[in-house]
Design a protein around this ligand. Structure first.
Ligand code: ADP
Ligand code: MG
Length: 256
């Protein structure tokens, strides 16, 4: 069963066509990687899945629900950004708790809020606190909850960003080059951790990278993207051994 169906997806910024008729079905529980060079449209596609960008044409279903026009918070997805996008003035605990605190509040309650739970909502501050602590422990950042992002290493910040996505318990994780700001050694270690997370949670991951070894080692399937088009969508071995055309072969560096 497809967890995500992307049909005839197009996106233009002014006269520039960034996505050209992208079609893709992603299975429930799959780890799918969008792989392609910088500027090919990966982030744009991911942002459309998250609801942060509106497509010019085409449609999108997540979990069998057509979500075109559905706001980000109402989609069952969580995104980890390349920049991590943590709030510098908040502690790790507050950063991780934020999605839970925001989720069940109506718009009028949310406005004056940020970081505080109003009475009368379903989830208590204690429950949120417990959820965050459990998640933080699972990611080995339980001892960092009182720090601010500026007091963390790059790897720790990355874990906080993953943790903040995890606390929402989404059906779909969207990850936009989450390791690109880490040094090489940590990057390899974090690959394994993200794979472990995928295995443990069993939910759908849509992962974006320009790094082919990342894509090849982590993914169930890889979607090779170039200039706003998907050239080939297949398991890593197949992409490497049997690239569909020369552009894929060139990008992957395979023998064909
Ligand atoms: P990638 O993530 O693969 O590097 P992006 O999706 O970020 O690629 O960008 C694809 C193309 O769309 C680039 O040429 C980029 O300059 C352009 N682009 C992305 N966002 C915008 C925007 N908000 N306004 C104008 N052009 C944009
Ligand atoms: Mg990008």
């Amino acid at each position: 069963m497809a967890e995500i169906s992307i049909r005839s997806m197009r996106k233009s910024f002014g006269a520039t066509s960034v996505l050209k008729d992208v079609a893709l079905e992603i299975a429930d529980g799959e780890f799918l990687t969008l792989l392609g060079p910088s500027g090919c449209g990966k982030s744009t596609l991911l942002r459309i899945l998250a609801g942060l960008e509106v497509q010019t044409g085409g449609s999108l279903a997540i979990g069998e629900r057509v979500v075109d026009g559905v706001r980000p918070k109402r989609r069952d997805v969580a995104m980890v950004f390349q920049s991590y996008a943590l709030y510098p003035h908040m502690t790790v605990l507050e950063n991780m708790a934020l999605p839970l605190r925001m989720r069940r509040l109506s718009a009028w309650q949310r406005l004056p809020l940020v970081g505080r739970l109003l009475p009368g909502t379903k989830v208590t501050a204690d429950q949120i606190d417990q959820d965050v602590r459990r998640t933080a422990d699972a990611l080995s950042i339980g001892h960092l909850l009182d720090r601010k992002p500026g007091q963390l290493s790059g790897g720790q910040r990355q874990r906080v960003a993953v943790g903040r996505a995890m606390v929402r318990q989404p059906a779909v994780f969207l990850m936009d080059e989450p390791l690109s700001n880490l040094d090489a050694k940590l990057r390899v270690q974090m690959r394994a951790e993200i794979k472990e997370l995928h295995k443990r949670l069993g939910v759908t991951f849509v992962y974006v990278t320009h790094d082919q070894s990342e894509a090849m080692t982590m993914s169930d399937r890889v979607a090779v993207m170039l200039d706003g088009e998907l050239l080939q969508v297949a398991p890593p071995q197949e992409i490497y051994a049997d690239p569909d055309d020369r552009r894929v072969a060139e990008f992957i560096g395979s023998p064909k």
